[in-house]
Ligand binder design. Sequence first.
Ligand SMILES: Nc1ncnc2c1ncn2[C@@H]1O[C@H](COP(=O)(O)OP(=O)(O)OP(=O)(O)O)[C@@H](O)[C@H]1O
Ligand SMILES: [Mg+2]
Length: 252
Amino acid sequence: MDDERNEMDERVIDVADVEVRFDDVVAVDGLDFAVRRGERVAVLGQTGAGKSTLMNLLIGALAPTSGSVRVAGLDPVEDWSAMQGKIAIAFQGPRLLPWRTATGNVAVGLQVLGVGREQRTTKAKDWLRRVNLGDALDRFPSQLSGGMRQRVALARAFAVEPEVLLLDESFSALDEVTASRLRADFLRVAEEARTTSVIVTHSIQEAFELGHRVVVLRKPAVVAHVYTSADHDLSDPYAVAHLRHEVHELMA
Ligand SMILES: Nc1ncnc2c1ncn2[C@@H]1O[C@H](COP(=O)(O)OP(=O)(O)OP(=O)(O)O)[C@@H](O)[C@H]1O
Ligand SMILES: [Mg+2]
């Protein structure tokens, strides 16, 4: 019984039997989705599958029509203010403030949490160094490349040291070399901080590289399959081709 309870406690994200309707459109139909502490779950799905809707449920931007959503033991809609600092999201477009330097942009989330100026500046610089932006601390977004801006967004999300980190297509607008470096940075930091994360992506390669588990969603946000990354060898091109085919079939 105790073991069972501990197991339950470990569920940092717990979405149970959730339905979301927009008028006559069913966007989510009976979704069950759980993520344990320190676990990274990648979510794959075609356009319209319900990935962003799931993210919106987790950050409390959307209430389920029925069913329950719990993040870090809280209801993201009801307990919205208590959730601040517990959850962070990095969007596909980095959404930086153009009049603030890289450091100022990373410090913003900490400022919202009431962290003092000196401490938030120190923290922001520290996180920028961790994503290899140590030489761009005082640059404005217009002076940064797209990949650098995405790094700033990632540093901003990590800086609040959230229990839960959500990435919505964070690497997809970048060239492959930059994306692969940034994925490596993300993995290192997520491991160090034992951050629980959900990574939405269209890339099968990325999903298996970043996620301990890979959840394939099919419209309307139905779990078509769950893979355990460790069971798949991505260095074997035949295995990758087979996996790619299988995932495409599942998403269709
Ligand atoms: N505010 C809304 N009003 C009406 N329908 C909506 C709304 N938001 C989402 N939907 C519908 O819900 C479904 C899921 O949308 P969602 O944005 O979650 O898909 P997605 O998986 O994120 O797609 P993409 O890969 O294109 O970002 C779609 O059919 C979409 O049209
Ligand atoms: Mg989306």
